[in-house]
Design a protein around this ligand. Structure first.
Ligand code: FES
Length: 163
């Protein structure tokens, strides 16, 4: 199954995916969150076209489903990049240059925090504290937390991942 866009793409696949997630969790109490998590876990995001399908299956309004997706920052409505950079923007990291690093990366990548580069290579995001405050600026690159980050270190880490 391949779903790479936020639009219908292969509507049959999306419909099957939604139905499978709903069937797996329908009997649970308050199943919407777990269904959304399952869809995101399987394809990396919750496509906008999935919203009416989920709403119909759970007998909810589209606004209900959309509201939950947009309320929780962890849910994505667009595909993620092949690599992810999440930078800490909490106080301790700010004190050692996190904001400048964010600005530098946004400029270099040509995308804002919370979005993905136009070639789909990198998603840039923010987190507020990884619990690694003494070693800031801290970030998570492809799921692994690193301290004392700067632009060159991040570039090197991404290069290593691409080898
Ligand atoms: S403030 Fe950045 S890891 Fe805690």
């Amino acid at each position: 199954m391949t779903i790479t866009t936020g639009t219908a793409g292969n509507a049959g696949d999306l419909s099957d995916l939604v139905r499978s997630a709903v069937d797996a969790h329908r009997a649970e109490r308050g199943p919407l969150l777990v269904i959304l998590h399952e869809i995101q876990e399987r394809i990396g995001f919750v496509p906008p076209d999935a919203v009416p399908l989920i709403a119909r299956e759970l007998n909810l309004s589209r606004a209900d489903v959309h509201g939950v997706i947009t309320f929780y920052k962890d849910f994505r409505s667009e595909p993620v990049g092949r690599h992810s950079i999440e930078l800490c923007r909490a106080e301790a990291c700010q004190a050692v240059g996190a904001e400048a690093l964010v600005a530098e990366l946004e400029q270099e990548l040509g995308c804002k925090t919370g979005s993905t580069t136009s070639n789909g290579a990198i998603t840039l995001d923010q987190v507020f504290c990884f619990g690694n405050c003494a070693l800031g600026p801290t970030g998570r690159i492809d799921g692994r937390v690193h301290g004392r980050l700067d632009r060159d270190t991040i570039a090197e880490l991404l290069k290593e991942k691409s080898r």
